[in-house]
Design a binder for this molecule. Sequence first.
Ligand code: ADP
Ligand code: MG
Length: 686
Amino acid sequence: MKYLQDITTIKGVGEKTAALFRRMGIHTVEDLINYYPRDYQSFGPPVKLSDTKPDQLVTVELGIASSFKWKKVRNMSIGSGVGSDGTDQAAITYFNMPYLKNRLTAGSRYLFRGKVRYEKGRYHMDQPKLYTFDEYHQKLGQLWPCYSLTRGLTNNAVMKAAANALKDYECEEYLPEDILREYELMSLAKAKYQIHFPKDFDTLVEARRRLVFDEFFLFLISVRKMKEYNEEQDTGYPMIETAWPGRLIEALPYKLTRAQLKVWKEIQSDLVSGKCMNRLIQGDVGSGKTILAFLALLLTVSNSYQGAMMAPTEILAAQHFEQLSEMTRKYSLPFRPVLLTGSLSAAAKRELYEKIESGQANVIIGTHALIQEKVHYQKLGLVITDEQHRFGVRQREILNEKGGLSHVLVMSATPIPRTLAIILYGDLHLSVVDELPADRLPVKNCVVGTSYRKKAYEFIINQVHAGRQVYIICPMVEAGDEGTEGLENVIDYGEKLKNILPSEICVEILHGKMKAPEKKRIMDAFAAGNIHVLVSTTVIEVGINVPNATVMMIENAERFGLAQLHQLRGRIGRGKEQSYCIFLDGSGKEQSAKRLSILNQSNDGFFIAEEDLKLRGPGDLFGIRQSGVMEFKIADIYQDAGLLKQVSMTVDKLLMEDAEIKHPTHAALRQYLEENTGNFVDFRSI
Ligand code: ADP
Ligand code: MG
């Protein structure tokens, strides 16, 4: 099968480019074809400096009067110069782009794309993207894909490779005729091509609809199969009530909320029912789900079984481990916990595997390293997944299989309306923690333009001097991705901020491309209060709990979905002090300000998610990403809620007519499912 071949078989992809692709998890031709653009750009005709508005992404044609001057400040190289459009001049600044030195010389002319700011009687452009006249004119009037990149890989290189791969890509249709017809779906081959190189906007929307359909389709077939498998299964780990959970509830420094108690009762009665528990706990950020997981683990170990708790990031796993260990010491609980993550040394892992297999460890907390083949449990009675939406359905399946007849508890902070939750988690029973602890002060919010930034820094300095800590969120890790001109990135921002804030304030950065031990070091230092301001990507959005952090400032808030912003905001407002969230809107658009103002109106995740949808148009399909809401590649459960319901009905109908997918007209579908879904044990053995 051609598409499973190594990426080096693609024309123009040499070993060097291939290594960069591999770094992003792209190994085969198919991986590359499934590496969909993150966004699309259209290029308008260049404008005059005097016609630009603040925060608008524009292109201006500028001639350079005298060569750029380059200097080193700390470990940054800064280049500055002046460009003229014939009438006005703009001061242009580049950070860490020394390779532009040879291009930015006196007398040269380029098109500069980015945001123009007017300050102190002068136009400014920071870090604009540079095009020659020819380059720019080729781009005019079309939609261009923008891919997520890694250092050393250009957008052009990905585009070329994708174009070459698509040229000989043989992509067979697998959806049955009647489904294609009923939903007027584009063929798979066409959709894969058009999602990379759309002919026009309408075709792009149709291509996307087809791919979203597929994503939901595969997902829901898996969910249905898991449901079938789970239904009324007798557990291999029957439990009885013990005194331990009640004792812990009594000992805690706070009283559980009514909602927490209600959900705990539901969990407990599942665990002692003799049947396998399959339960989802939904609860807004900060509603106190972790303690419910710990109570379930406590009942499990006091019944002499093991319990495992899986988190999507090492940071979160470590945090759970530390909390549980502290509780164990403080209240003399019968836990013998271990922390198992991917970054441990092989020797350390081997040692843990032994402890797990012998039963010496009775609580195993970790990342998806928990479900790797080498881990054998002695008697795994309970499996908990935190921030479930961060894991794909494949991991859900593996865990389901690994657990065998274990009890399964999954937790999610994503506010998903009940009608959708029933579809997406059709294999699970649903509990909702619909109340926040009473002692919380609601977060104070403000939505402001970038001109407010200076004031925000003053506020931040005051808060740090008062002993508080601060998160600043940027949408990008580093500069350079196509179409991200004018978006803040963690690396440059961190450097800039170190120069702006007084030196006694400790600023550090955190992002997903850092190595695990480094991330842990930073997070530990932040939790210990040694870092005052943490500049980070959304890696901090899941689960982190540092109650002393009371300020969050989100740069380019317009680039995030509201559900995700709400999730991010959940990192503050966790302690006794008043917390503040500052949403900086870098778009300068009224519509965006209106959308963000919803966050001002409410702290209720469900309300926010629904209002967000009402305000979005088809043009917002791309660009604003609700990543972190549910790990679909291209689908957005809010935006595509209608389609999700349709696919759900289609899957029901299909499985009703042909439960085992054996009908001859479904041969291609069956093969596709075997290749693309997880443990279809019951399909394959038929
Ligand atoms: P989430 O539901 O977002 O996972 P956590 O479980 O991390 O929330 O809880 C957030 C914070 O609230 C933690 O510091 C936790 O100790 C605290 N907490 C949990 N339940 C209560 C309660 N009933 N009253 C007061 N504080 C609580
Ligand atoms: Mg949590």
